[in-house]
Structures are given as structure tokens and as C-alpha cells.
Design a protein around this ligand. Structure first.
Ligand code: ATP
Ligand code: MG
Length: 632
């Protein structure tokens, strides 16, 4: 399949027309930080500031980066007391690799700061919504008539969040600005909507606050504008999550004894509202950085290059911080993310300026990023640990430029001779020239060349399989061969394994499998015979996941990390230190959100929709506590 790009990357007239606001700065980022801290510390709120987590969580191996303020408090939501009490706040530096493709619009960055406050079983909706509203309207002085709020409209067997609706009305929010949305928008759990939550998982409804800017709706995005529209007129500036439910074994949700509040609001976006300018890149956490780029690239920000300049500003900011955290560019985990940030910056520089210069990129890091945050505690701490930070940043950036700049030019001129890029050509650019996929996508978008992304992914998987197998004589997971049907059944086996746990509990596990092109066989331990409704439930779950067209991907991870992600391992296998884990569903940036996670050599389909409907044809008892199931 050749991909048609539907994303809108060019800068709209709307965004350029608000430039007159550029120098109206109502609050600096440091003033906003102080206002937020003072608000939560003061009575009657009396919150205590928690120490922010590192951008790369040290004691949580389930994710590569800290992507929200609450990430390091999950165990406290589950009931573990926090040493600083039940009312906490902080301003957490976050990194979302999954937002890298969003960068270029006026409100997404990979690095941002989340201003958060939490109640661990203390106050709940009434106080939280009132205080969030008070902070925005009184402390910051945002006009009430510019605010909209959303509430959970109910669904998946959970009632509408009437409480929050009533509280917003009481606070004076007109009914037509309290907008209900379904679970896909207004529900939080690590696993997704209520139906997707595994047994034991906690979650709940949320209520977001949006700011409406004085700019016209951009009709290229949707016919009608509403708070969740992506045109940029409305900006989400805060989200209060009410973690009040836990999933029970029977699939229903029970109210938690400890009901929690988890609030997060983006500092950059709130600064933007204070200027009544929807472009977060025109706030003072970016002014020095963008000013520096304008100078070294000799290119004005307000131009057709604005979105490329935004990407460079964000990526070099994030890269600077990751380098100071000790990351170096590599082909895996955080190192690969850093590599992508730096290579994308080079691509944009090449696009704007026509050449690649490491000096210019280094200058943005040292003269733009560092001075912006020099008085903010997270950077101060990083600089204390890196007395020769200038040398470190310069050498990492220069080395990566030296590695990639020549290839970028060669690859670009190769691409310019092509009408379309098939999977093999894309993989060659990746393998021989070091082009991350999104860079190839970006170039294709610029040059209006079609790209076979799925073909690239197939080549990628094939190559990984071949190289892994030739080096380790790999475990094939009971596969008869690697025909297309066998591969489909293999992925179906992973879905069955997860459905098995959903139906019989997490402790029930697959004991073996055998797959031919005609059928799959799947053994599991159970002390009794499964009932017909239980088998039917498993089949339904598997088919629902097939229908959902979930992406399948894998990561090579340290064994300990894979275990801590909750990935299932098998057959009392002896695994090497680095293992391959297949994920079904969830985001690639945050594998912990996947529906299924399994140690496995592959191969697999790249999307569950390829499997087609699956039928469990029979089950039988094959030992005192062993069940064998056949499916087609
Ligand atoms: P969006 O839908 O705009 O991407 P989100 O739903 O992903 O936002 P949350 O996960 O609820 O956001 O994060 C809480 C707050 O953090 C948001 O209200 C927003 O202010 C801010 N935020 C989230 N993602 C980003 C980002 N990529 N860049 C800047 N700020 C962000
Ligand atoms: Mg988002």
C-alpha cells in the first residue's frame, strides 16, 4: 500500500496573522513557575513539592522516558503511602517520543514541562475543579469566557461523570461550554478505555480545560470547530484525571477505596494563553532558541519555514537535555531517539539552508537552549553533574553530524531521481544510509513522492529475522514453516495467550504451541475443563483485537526491562541478556500500553487485521491439568 499523506504541515494564515502579539509577555516562564508553586503551597491547599523525576526514569524500567508528571507516582495511586503526604505538586520535565511527528504544529513538542498536582486519596472532584479554575481565572487572570471544559459522557458500562458536570455548573461554567466526550477522549488508564483495562488496572474519567484563542477556525481541519478540533483555535491547557476505579476479574469496575486526583497542564501552553497567542514557540521558553536559529540559519521564523524551525527548536532542546542526561546516539532505545532528533534537525537545516553545519546546531544548543533554562532547577542540576557540558554537547552533535551529513546528501540526491519509493528502496536508505523512517517520510512529503511504509516495515522485519536467525540459530516457537498462514496463526497465538489471561486470570499461562498452515494448536494449564462460555469469550476477545487492526511491533530489550514491562516468557527457555519482545497494540513510544507483550523470535504479521477471523474449533484435556485447544 502506498501511503497518502493527509497531515497538514504548512503554516496557515491564521498562525501568521497573530504575530502582532509576539512581544506582549504577561508572565515569564519563571514567574509562571513561581505562581503555580505558590498557589499549591498556600492554604487551604497546603501541597508539598515532590522532587521531579529524571527525564529517563531510573527506577522504572517499563518506559524509556518520563512522559507525564504522575508516572513516578503510580504506586502511590495504588495505595502505597507517599513520604511527603497526600497533597503533592511539581513541575515535571517530560519527553514524549510518540509526539515527534506532531512537532511542527503550534502546540506540540517532544520536550515539555507538566505542571502537576495530586491528591492521594485526599480531596477529590469538588476541590480539584474549583482550584484548577481558580488558578486559571484568578491567579493567572485568564478570562472565564475563553475557557471550555470537557467531561466523560459515560460508556463501556461506566456512568457519565455527572459529578464533574454539576461542579462546573456550580463554578459558573455555562452549560454549552461543558462538553461531554466518550472514553476515547475523556478516560485515563495506562491500558486505554475501560474495556481494554486488564484485571487490577486502575483508571477513571477526566475533565480537560481548553482555552479559546481569538483566531478564526482553520477549515482545512474540520467543518466545525470544537475544543477537541486540531485546527489550533482551542488549546488543551490542563487535564484533571480522577483515578477512582479498578478493574475486577469479572470485567466490571469497582470504586477504589483511595480515590485520587492526577492533574497535569503544559507550562508552554499556559504561557501561550497568557499572551493570547496560540503558538507555544512564541513564548519565552523558545524566544532565545528561535532567535538563535533565525541568526545562524539566516532565516526568519515567520515564513514558510516556521514549522521546520519549530522542529529544530524542539529537537535540539530535547537533544541537549538527553545528552546532559548521559545519552549518546546509537541504534537502540534512548540512543536511537536522540539520533532521530539530531538527524531530523540536520534534515530541516538542509531543507532551510541548503547545507548542514554542526557549528550552527551546536550554537542553538549552547547559546539558545542552555541560557533559556539556566535558572531552572532541572537544568541547574544537570549542569552541576556536567562541568564540561559545552565540550560534551559539541562533541556529541559534531560526531553525529559527521556520521550522517554526507549520507543525507547522497540519499537526498538518490531520492530526487525516484518517482516512488518501494519497501526495498526505503529499507536500503535506512540500512545503508542511516535514514530513520520518519526522515524518509518527511522527504517524500516535501517532494511529493509516494512511499510504501508497510513494505518498509516488512523488509525491516524480514531483515531482523534473517540476521537474528543466522547469528543465533533462533528459537522458532513451534512454527512448521514461515508461510503467510503460519505467520498469521503465530500472531493469533499471542492474542489467544493474552485472551487466556483476560478470561482465566493472569496466572494462567500458555504451555506450548504448534502451528501448521492448516491450524494452530495451543496448550495451557488449567485444573478443570474450561466451560463453553469461557472458550467463546476467548474467541470473542481475539476476534475483537483482530478487528481493531492493532499494529504489531517488536523491540530488542534487556531481559530485565522486558520482564518489568510484564512481557510473558515461555517454556522455561533460557534467554540471552538481550531479548526480542513482540507488542500488539499500544504506542511504540510506550510499549507498556500494548495489549499483548511476549518474548518471541517472530515472525509476525504487522497488523492484527491481516489475521482474519479466528475460530476455536475444539478443546480437550490432555493431562491432569493441561488443556489443548485448536483454532483455525
Ligand atoms: P494533546 O491531545 O494536545 O496531545 P494530551 O491529551 O496528549 O494532549 P495529556 O496527556 O492529558 O495531553 O497531558 C496533560 C497536559 O500536558 C496537556 O493538557 C497539555 O497541556 C500538555 N501536553 C501534552 N502533550 C504535549 C506536547 N506534546 N507538547 C506540549 N504540551 C503537551
Ligand atoms: Mg497527545
Amino acid at each position: 500500500m502506498h501511503l497518502i499523506y493527509g497531515r497538514i504541515r504548512s503554516i496557515s494564515i491564521v498562525e501568521i496573522s497573530i504575530v502582532y502579539n509576539k512581544y506582549i509577555m504577561k508572565m515569564t516562564h519563571q514567574e509562571l513557575r513561581s505562581a503555580f508553586s505558590k498557589f499549591w503551597i498556600s492554604p487551604p491547599r497546603r501541597h508539598v513539592e515532590v522532587q521531579v523525576a529524571s527525564l529517563m526514569p531510573k527506577d522504572d524500567a517499563t518506559t524509556l522516558f518520563t512522559s507525564s508528571g504522575m508516572q513516578h507516582l503510580v504506586r502511590n495511586f495504588e495505595g502505597m503511602p507517599h513520604e511527603l503526604g497526600r497533597r503533592l505538586f511539581d513541575i515535571q520535565p517530560c519527553f514524549r517520543a510518540s509526539d515527534i511527528e506532531e512537532v511542527g504544529d503550534n502546540r506540540h513538542t517532544t520536550f515539555f514541562e507538566m505542571m502537576g498536582n495530586w491528591s492521594l486519596g485526599d480531596y477529590f472532584k469538588e476541590d480539584q475543579l474549583a482550584w484548577a479554575f481558580q488558578f486559571f481565572t484568578q491567579t493567572l487572570g485568564l478570562p472565564k469566557e475563553k475557557l471550555y471544559v470537557t467531561v466523560f459522557e459515560g460508556g463501556c458500562g461506566v456512568p457519565k461523570d455527572e459529578e464533574s458536570t454539576a461542579i462546573w455548573k456550580k463554578l459558573g461554567m455555562p452549560e454549552n461550554r461543558i462538553i461531554p466526550y466518550p472514553a476515547s477522549k475523556n478516560w485515563w488508564s495506562r491500558a486505554g478505555v475501560p474495556d481494554e483495562m486488564p484485571v487490577g488496572e486502575i483508571g477513571g474519567p477526566d475533565s480537560e480545560i481548553f482555552f479559546e484563542f481569538d483566531v478564526p477556525h482553520d477549515v482545512r481541519y474540520s467543518q466545525h470547530c470544537h475544543p477537541n478540533c486540531d485546527c489550533g483555535k482551542f488549546l488543551e491547557i490542563g487535564n484533571s484525571v480522577f483515578i477512582q476505579y479498578r478493574k475486577k476479574a469479572d470485567g466490571t469496575l469497582e470504586e477504589l477505596a483511595q480515590k485520587n486526583v492526577d492533574y497535569g497542564g503544559g507550562l508552554e501552553r499556559i504561557l501561550a494563553t497568557l499572551q493570547n497567542n496560540p503558538d507555544i514557540f512564541q513564548t519565552d521558553v523558545f524566544s532565545k532558541i528561535i532567535g538563535n536559529i533565525e541568526e545562524v540559519f539566516r532565516q526568519n521564523y515567520i515564513s514558510e519555514h516556521a514549522s521546520s524551525i519549530r522542529a529544530v527548536a524542539d529537537h535540539l532542546k530535547a537533544a541537549t537535555l538527553l545528552i546532559l542526561e548521559g545519552v549518546t546516539p546509537s541504534n537502540k532505545e534512548q540512543g536511537y531517539v536522540l539520533r532521530r532528533l539530531l538527524r531530523r534537525s540536520m534534515l530541516k537545516q538542509h531543507h532551510i539552508v541548503g547545507t548542514i553545519s554542526s557549528d550552527a546546531l551546536i550554537s542553538v544548543c549552547l547559546d539558545g537552549v542552555i541560557p533559556t533554562y539556566k535558572d531552572v532547577s532541572f537544568l541547574k542540576k544537570l549542569l552541576e553533574n556536567n562541568t564540561s557540558h559545552k565540550t560534551l554537547i559539541s562533541s556529541v552533535v559534531k560526531q553525529e553530524v559527521d556520521r550522517f551529513a554526507k549520507n543525507l546528501k547522497t540519499g537526498m540526491s538518490m531520492i530526487s531521481t525516484m518517482q516512488k519509493i518501494d519497501g526495498k528502496a526505503a529499507f536500503d536508505l535506512y540500512q545503508s544510509y542511516g535514514f530513520p523512517l520518519e526522515i524518509i517520510e518527511e522527504i517524500c512529503l516535501q517532494k511529493h513522492i509516494s512511499l510504501d511504509t508497510q513494505g518498509f516495515k516488512r523488509e525491516f522485519t524480514k531483515h531482523r529475522e534473517l540476521s537474528k536467525k543466522s547469528s543465533s540459530g533462533m528459537f522458532t516457537g513451534g512454527l512448521a514453516d514461515h508461510s503467510a498462514q503460519v505467520i498469521k496463526y503465530h500472531t493469533a497465538t499471542h492474542l489467544l495467550h493474552r485472551a487466556l489471561k483476560d478470561v482465566f486470570g493472569a496466572e494462567v499461562r500458555q504451555e506450548g504451541s504448534n502451528i501448521t498452515a492448516q491450524r494452530l494448536r495451543f496448550d495451557f494449564k488449567l485444573s478443570r475443563s474450561p466451560t463453553q462460555p469461557e472458550i467463546q469469550k476467548m474467541e470473542e476477545i481475539v476476534n475483537a483485537k483482530i478487528k481493531e487492526a492493532l499494529p504489531v511491533h517488536f523491540k530488542i530489550l534487556k531481559k530485565e526491562i522486558a520482564h518489568s514491562l510484564g512481557a510473558s516468557s515461555f517454556f522455561k527457555e533460557k534467554y540471552a541478556d538481550m531479548v526480542k519482545v513482540y507488542f500488539i497494540g499500544g504506542s511504540e513510544g510506550d510499549p507498556s500500553t500494548a495489549y499483548s507483550k511476549e518474548f518471541c523470535g517472530g515472525p509476525h504479521v504487522s497488523n492484527t487485521s491481516e489475521i482474519g477471523p479466528l475460530k476455536i474449533i475444539k478443546t480437550k484435556k490432555i493431562g491432569s491439568a493441561m488443556i489443548r485447544l485448536y483454532a483455525q
